[in-house]
Design a protein. Structure first.
Length: 285
């Protein structure tokens, strides 16, 4: 004949409010205490609670019945512990994924802010200082400086003055360049940025469209469907290209490339700022 707990599981230890390893005397004392409290003649509650107490005591006070019950109790306790551990592990993984998404979101915001600031500085450099900024700079008091700082400012002012005069006379500059000795002209050309604008073929199967305005370089990777999958912005100095990129999948990072001496090949590597992985890329035309 099947016991009631085999038909519908019940936690007899919880019903009698005793520990799993409780001795027989402890179980008997607990039964008497609960019987006095929940006996129908004393308690105003219905007799269902007292029936469960009697049923639990009948199993736990019998050694053979208790042994069978304990085997099932331990199996269910282990299963419950495994379920709790699995739930805790799943909750931990969920929190870690949420934290990773939050870190990625902050990194993207920081990257966007840097890109916007770089674009703003480039626009300001091309436009020059406005009237309000010039007037503010003229009216703002200049704090006293030590000898070293004053010397640096004097050299910077001299360089700025020379550069201004140089930019204000393009015709004279072009004429002077034509009249330069060949050795000096080659040296100047080697320091100037290489012109790399146009369409390039990458060894990853994508087409790379490069737009160049002086030292500012914008690179876009286009897949066979015509979609821009990666866009980067940066500068070129001599043969070296420094870029900050953002991909269609949300990843971002930095890249460094070198232009070949003949100007027909660009090679280097890009580093994903989220994963730290680096991959190498070669462009040719």
């Amino acid at each position: 004949m099947r016991e009631p707990w085999e038909i519908e599981w019940k936690d007899y230890y919880e019903i009698l409010q005793v520990h799993f390893a409780a001795e027989e005397e402890v179980i008997e004392a607990a039964f008497r205490r609960l019987a006095r409290k929940y006996h129908p003649d004393i308690s105003k509650l219905d007799g269902s609670r007292m029936k469960r107490i009697i049923e639990a005591n009948g199993v736990l006070s019998d050694r053979e019945k208790r042994a069978r019950y304990d085997a099932e109790y331990q199996a269910r306790s282990s299963s419950a512990a495994r379920e709790r551990a699995a739930r805790a592990e799943a909750e931990k993984a969920r929190r870690e994924a949420q934290e990773a998404r939050e870190r990625e979101r902050r990194a993207r915001e920081e990257f966007d802010a840097k890109m916007k600031a770089a674009a703003g500085r480039a626009s300001a450099a091309e436009a020059g200082p406005g009237p309000a900024e010039t007037r503010q700079a003229e009216e703002s008091p200049t704090p006293p400086k030590d000898g070293k700082a004053a010397l640096i400012d004097a050299l910077a002012g001299f360089a700025a003055n020379v550069l201004t005069k140089f930019l204000e006379r393009p015709a004279a500059r072009q004429q002077s360049q034509l009249e330069m000795p060949s050795q000096v002209q080659l040296q100047t050309q080697s320091q100037a940025p290489v012109h790399i604008g146009g369409h390039w073929r990458g060894d990853d199967g994508l087409v790379y469209v490069i737009q160049q305005s002086g030292a500012v370089v914008v690179i876009r990777a286009v897949n066979p469907l015509g979609m821009v999958t990666v866009e980067s912005q940066g500068t070129i100095s001599g043969q070296t290209i420094e870029q900050s990129f953002r991909a269609l999948d949300g990843s971002a990072g930095t890249a460094t490339f070198e232009v070949s001496p003949d100007g027909r090949r660009i090679s280097g590597r890009a580093i994903n700022m989220f994963t730290g992985l680096a991959y190498f890329l070669t462009l040719s035309r």
